[in-house]
Design a protein around this ligand. Structure first.
Ligand code: SF4
Length: 59
């Protein structure tokens, strides 16, 4: 499983980056970007996003 960010929905609020215990999310050009080497797919960031821009998908 992997975390995927929908760029069309992401408004760059940064709330997911603050919530991530692994510090796997950073903002690049106003969009959230996930460092897959740090993300452990725990899903903590999914409910944090008010725009429902984050989802968990099969690899
Ligand atoms: S799934 Fe967990 S580790 Fe991965 S980016 Fe979201 S909060 Fe961070």
């Amino acid at each position: 499983m992997q975390i995927v960010i929908n760029e069309q929905k992401c408004t760059g609020s940064g709330e997911c980056a603050k919530a991530c215990p692994e510090r796997a999310i950073s903002l690049v050009d106003g969009k959230a970007v996930i460092d897959k080497s740090k993300c452990d797919a725990d899903g903590i960031c999914i409910p944090v996003c008010v725009n429902s821009a984050i989802s968990l998908q099969e690899d």
